[in-house]
Design a protein around this ligand. Structure first.
Ligand code: NCD
Length: 339
């Protein structure tokens, strides 16, 4: 694995390796000294062309816990707003000795472009591209689900997948890179996925995705769900009216207080409620659901740091073309980069 661009092409063994490494990283996070020297002298650049709170901070925390140097580059306030191209920006970062570039971009495919050219020789990590993919979010979601699922089964998480776990993903699928990355990864890990959305918020061609599609949240719950993932209604990507009113949306597609009670009525006592954040409380999720003991929202944020540590470690610590940790970069590279 040289880059992490999508989950669609992530093999089962790579996915399990990332999740297992994240378990080890989580154990480091529980120690008094949370820092590892692993990436000392390496430089990680956070290149964000779109707003972000938790993803950027999470990558920064992950890189710092591995002792890497971190450069935060936000497009706002940089020469990008003067029209500098992705190519010039990438070459500038390359000249500064970036070993990994974590990129979030409003254009679907921008990270792939960066990885496919010779503009830069760094590992590229997709931190969300347009409405396309957000692989580390799907990995942290899978990590959160796996911990829950293996605990229920009474087995250790390490090495396990999500065989038989019923996952429903509800809401604005059309604009969601989180939904796409989750569908591919969850399929690889063996979960059964159902997408639930109004027809206007489903992408064309969704019938060919490896999942069930439903327009009815209550019917989906009644069939049994082990993890209920709510998606944010992405107002900033909507230039038309996709549903009649916000009230109508939350009544039909939101995880409201009534549906929270329904889980108990249906005997679904172990079902977790997930959300990638940022949440529109009262729209796709009620405050009671977001704050209930079933909610994994904060665990997801916590797990995000472990997943990003694992990804940075696997891409940077060894020869990224072979098994992690088998060979190191040449000493000259290290010397040059440590200045
Ligand atoms: C998601 C994103 O940016 O795609 N958020 C995140 O990374 N935590 C989901 C969203 O914005 O709705």
């Amino acid at each position: 694995m040289r880059h992490l661009l999508s989950t669609e092409d992530l093999s089962l063994s790579d996915a399990i390796r990332i999740l297992d490494t994240a378990e080890e990283m989580a154990a480091v996070g529980e120690r008094e000294v949370k820092k590892l020297p692993t990436l000392r002298g390496r430089t990680v650049v956070n290149l964000f062309f779109e707003d972000s709170t938790r993803t950027r901070i999470s990558f920064e925390a992950a890189a710092k816990r591995l002792s890497a140097d971190v450069i935060n580059f936000a497009a706002k306030g940089s020469s990008v707003s003067k029209g500098e191209s992705l190519k010039d920006t990438a070459q500038t970062l390359s000249a500064m000795g970036a070993d990994a570039v974590v990129i979030r971009h409003w254009a679907s495919g921008a990270p792939h472009r960066l990885a496919a050219t010779d503009w830069i020789d760094a590992a590229v990590i997709n931190a969300g591209d347009g409405t396309h993919e957000h692989p580390t979010q799907a990995l942290l979601d899978a990590f959160t689900m796996r911990r829950h699922w293996s605990k229920l089964a009474g087995i250790p998480s390490a090495g396990a997948g999500l065989l038989g776990m019923r996952v429903a993903i509800a809401g604005d699928v059309l604009h969601s890179r989180v939904a796409r990355s989750n569908v591919w990864l969850l399929r690889t890990l063996g979960a059964e996925v159902t997408l639930v959305a109004p027809p206007t918020l489903l992408p064309i061609g969704v019938d060919k995705w490896p999942c069930r599609v439903s327009y009815d949240l209550d019917e989906t719950l009644a069939r049994g769900v082990d993890a209920m993932m709510m998606l944010r209604v992405q107002g900033e990507r909507m230039n038309a009216s996709f549903f009649p009113t916000t009230r109508e949306y939350s009544r039909r597609w939101g995880f409201d207080d009534t549906r929270l009670r329904t889980l108990d009525t249906l005997g679904l006592k172990d079902t977790i409620i997930m959300h990638p954040g940022p949440m529109n409380r009262g729209l796709e999720i009620s405050a009671a659901a977001a704050d209930s003991p079933r909610s994994t929202v904060l665990a997801q944020v916590r797990n995000g740091v472990s997943i990003r540590m694992a990804v940075l470690y696997l891409l940077l610590s060894g020869d990224s073309r072979g098994p992690a940790g088998t060979s190191k970069a040449s000493p000259t590279t290290v010397t040059k980069e440590s200045h």
